[in-house]
Design a protein around this ligand. Structure first.
Ligand code: SAM
Length: 247
C-alpha cells in the first residue's frame, strides 16, 4: 500500500483556498476513487464525521492526513474555522463516515458558508447508497424523489408519505433496521400494498442483497427474516394503472 500512496503524489495537489467534498465507500473500500485518495493524502485539513472511521480508510491506503472532527454538533463552529483556513490558502477536504457528504450527513451549512464567502467548492463524486440502490431497483430511475431518512415518529412518517402519494416519481429513502418493517407497513397503508418496490441491503458488502416485490410482499419477507444491516428503500411512483391498488 505504501507504493500506492507514493504514486498518488504524482497527481495534481489540491489547490489552496478550496473546499473539496469527497465521497468515500459505503462498504467496499475499493470503491474509493483515485482522485479522492489523492486529495485526502494532500489536503491541509481533512474534516471527518468520525475521525476513527476515516482513519481506518486512510490506513488501508497508507495515507496520513490531518484529521479534524466535523459533525452535526460542531458544524457551525468548524465552518467559521474553515473560512479562516481557506482564507490562509489552505486546502480543506470533507468526508463523512460513508458515501457522499451532505447526503443524510453533515456538510450543508459548511457548503453554504463557504459559497457565501466566495471560496470555490469542488465535488469529488463517488459512492452514494441512494444512487447505488436506485440503479439496481428495477424501477424508473428518473425522475426520482429522495427523502433521506423518514421522520422517526410513525405519525410524521405517515403524513410525509401521504403527501407524496400522487407523485409519479420513484421514491428513495434511507431506513434503519429497527424501523424497516414498520415503514414498509406504513408505506403499504399510505401508498398502497401493490406498489412495486425494492429493498437494497448492505450494498457493496459481503451480504449484499436486493429484494424486489410489492410493498406487501416486502413486508411479509422482512416479517419472516428480521432486518439486519443497512437499508435503502426504493418505491415506485404513483401511476394511473396502479391507482386501483391504492384507492
Ligand atoms: N452519505 C451516505 C450516502 O451517500 O449514501 C448516507 C449516510 S446515512 C447517515 C446512512 C444510511 O445510508 C444508512 O442508514 C442506510 O440507509 C444507507 N446506507 C449506507 N450504506 C449502505 C449500504 N452499504 N447499503 C445500503 N444502505 C446503505
Amino acid at each position: 500500500m505504501r507504493a500506492f500512496a507514493e504514486k498518488l503524489s504524482e497527481g495534481e495537489p489540491p489547490a489552496g483556498g478550496v473546499l473539496y467534498l469527497c465521497a468515500t465507500p459505503i462498504g467496499n473500500l475499493r470503491d474509493v476513487t483515485l482522485r479522492v485518495l489523492d486529495t485526502l493524502s494532500r489536503a491541509d485539513v481533512v474534516l471527518a464525521e468520525d475521525t476513527r472511521e476515516t482513519r481506518k480508510l486512510l490506513q488501508h491506503f497508507g495515507i496520513q492526513a490531518r484529521l479534524v472532527s466535523f459533525h452535526d454538533h460542531n458544524e457551525r463552529m468548524r465552518s467559521a474555522q474553515v473560512l479562516e483556513w481557506l482564507g490562509a490558502g489552505r486546502s480543506v477536504a470533507l468526508v463523512s463516515d460513508a458515501g457522499s457528504p451532505l447526503i443524510a450527513d453533515p456538510g450543508f451549512h459548511l457548503v453554504r458558508t463557504v459559497i457565501a464567502a466566495g471560496f470555490p467548492v469542488v465535488s469529488l463524486p463517488g459512492p452514494c447508497a441512494a444512487v447505488a440502490a436506485l440503479l439496481v431497483a428495477g424501477l424508473p430511475p428518473t425522475p426520482f424523489l429522495f427523502l433521506g431518512f423518514l421522520p422517526r415518529k410513525p405519525g410524521a412518517r405517515r403524513r410525509l408519505l401521504s403527501s407524496v402519494v400522487r407523485i409519479p416519481w420513484t421514491i428513495v429513502c434511507y431506513e434503519t433496521p429497527h424501523r424497516l418493517l414498520e415503514t414498509l407497513a406504513i408505506m403499504a397503508e399510505t401508498l398502497g400494498p401493490a406498489r412495486p418496490a425494492a429493498v437494497a441491503r448492505e450494498l457493496t458488502k459481503a451480504h449484499e442483497e436486493v429484494v424486489r416485490g410489492t410493498l406487501q410482499e416486502l413486508w411479509e419477507r422482512f416479517s419472516n427474516v428480521p432486518p439486519r444491516g443497512e437499508f435503502v428503500l426504493v418505491v415506485s411512483g404513483w401511476s394511473e394503472e396502479g391507482k386501483g391498488a391504492e384507492e
